[in-house]
Design a protein around this ligand. Structure first.
Ligand SMILES: [Zn+2]
Ligand SMILES: [Zn+2]
Length: 304
């Protein structure tokens, strides 16, 4: 092995799911609480080794501005994350990322942002194309047409090539309570697209904290939905879990439940690799290894 190669290898650190949370929101987004440094303090106390800050990402025209960080706060957020990263060096790896809502017109903006931070992921929260009129996934029961619209948005995000993973792909289950033909078809479309584009999917702890909902076929979490993830276990798709904390006390709150949930669904979580000390402003390079779920070997991978 050459000297260059051995140095390269030494700079890669691997983490297992139990000590990682990449989905956290501080006071910057307006509906979260706590400072970045408080997340690190609490993360270390709760046993995390890799903590990703992922503020709701602003866009230059401040679309989604009522629930996203303001564009003018980007620099301050960056400074906070970098200062906390330095403060916790050697104890807790702190990364700077963003949770993005995506539309095609922001592609080049996100490409540039991605080159200066550690990672981006996306969530679909709004089904409206009108900048002045949000159609939230949480406000009303979703129709079958809404479900199809959601799936198209989700697939478009995956295909953008920008994102390490997609947050709560089954969030539609919050407001679409049936697990029917349409729900299965949309879930399969998301899973197949994620697999084809090597984008991981997230089991979301915040949905678990929202409590249980009653449906005609029993009581379940609003999301994550067991049926979605049992389907996911039939694909060699990468899966991770995150707390989606909006308060430092929740930074690792849902891990035990997420581990149990994955076990019940036949999911094995991916592991995380951080390539450190890349120099310049390019940040750390984060990648995921996984996609081998226990039942796959017996059944054989689903072709798509
Ligand atoms: Zn939020
Ligand atoms: Zn979030």
């Amino acid at each position: 092995m050459s000297d260059t190669m051995s140095l390269y290898t030494m700079n890669i650190q691997t983490y297992t799911q139990e000590v990682v949370n990449l989905h956290t929101h501080s006071y910057y987004c307006g509906h979260g609480f706590g400072e970045v440094t408080e997340y690190a303090q609490e993360g270390q106390r709760q046993g995390l080794k890799l903590l990703g800050m992922s503020e709701h990402c602003p866009v230059p025209d401040n679309r989604w501005g009522t629930s996203r960080m303001s564009y003018s706060m980007l620099d301050s957020y960056t400074k906070d994350c970098l200062a906390t990263k330095d403060e916790y060096a050697g104890r807790l790896e702190v990364l700077r990322g963003f949770e993005c809502d995506y539309l095609r017109q922001y592609q080049s903006y996100f490409e540039e942002l991605r080159s200066t931070c550690d990672y981006l992921f996306f969530g679909v929260h709004d089904l409206s194309l009108d900048i002045g009129c949000e159609y939230s996934m949480f406000w009303n029961p979703l129709t079958k047409d809404d479900l199809i619209a959601y799936t198209k948005f989700y697939v478009q995000c995956i295909e953008s090539g920008l994102f390490l993973f997609g947050a709560h792909p089954d969030v539609f289950c919050h407001s679409y309570r049936a697990w029917d033909e349409e729900a299965i078809a949309c879930s399969k479309a998301i899973l197949e697209c994620a697999l084809a584009n090597d984008v991981a999917l997230e089991i979301n702890g915040n949905g678990m904290r929202k409590g249980l909902v009653k449906t005609s076929y029993g009581t379940r979490y609003a999301y994550p939905h067991h049926e979605f993830w049992k389907l996911a276990a039939q694909y060699p798709v990468k899966v991770i879990c995150n707390s989606d904390a909006h308060n430092p006390s929740y930074v690792n709150d849902s891990m035990a439940r997420c581990l149990l949930f994955a076990q019940e669904c036949g999911i094995t979580y991916s592991s995380f690799q951080v390539e450190k000390d890349r120099g310049g402003n390019s940040g750390a390079k984060l990648s995921l290894i996984g996609g081998e779920h226990p039942g796959l070997e017996k059944r054989g991978a689903v072709s798509c």
